[in-house]
Design a protein around this ligand. Sequence first.
Ligand code: MD6
Ligand code: FE
Length: 212
Amino acid sequence: MDLFIASNIGQQRLGPGSVLLPGLALANERALLAAVKAIEAESPFRNMVTPGGFEMSVAMTNCGHLGWVTDRSGYRYDTVDPMTCKPWPVIPSVFLELAASAALAAGFAAFSPDACLINRYETGARMSLHQDKNEIDFSQSIVSVSLGVPAIFQFGGFKRTDKTQRILLSHGDVLVWGGPDRMRYHGILPLKQNHHPLLDSQRLNLTFRKAG
Ligand code: MD6
Ligand code: FE
């Protein structure tokens, strides 16, 4: 019973398929950040260009068999990093273990991601409202880990113009979503100037998916 309670406190249901697990990543913060450093040494962060020709304010890299990329020809997953012309770095075990335990805590057993998009925000960087729809199987949930400076996540509806809820995502928070919420529009408001002891003015977001 104590275990049951311990695993359920600090779970916040945001929708029928969405759960916020505040602070779930805190215990592994240093290992997670060391793993990001190793990944970026292989596949550096870069500001990709949208199909419409705009440079994204968020810098991105990936690890895993598939990496999410955008350029003038469109949005897609690719097994090769277009910057290095090599496969993306492998997903480190500390990432996989966190993603699987978060999914399990949210009620999705056996989550085995093949893609991890890493977003890096500096002050003012934002992500406009979008749906995640480049994956093959929309029945698979997504696990999203926030590190560093807190950000306001906009959680909308199934149309871009639907009203959005604002959810604060702080260092160590893990958001798991899928099921009926999988195609909801969402975004990140411009990052406020702030300081985090491990990441200075930055925010990192790791988004785990079964993309292929
Ligand atoms: C971010 N996250 O938190 C952007 N997408 O920086 C996303 O776009 C996102 O957090 C799908 C599922 C969870 C997410
Ligand atoms: Fe998204």
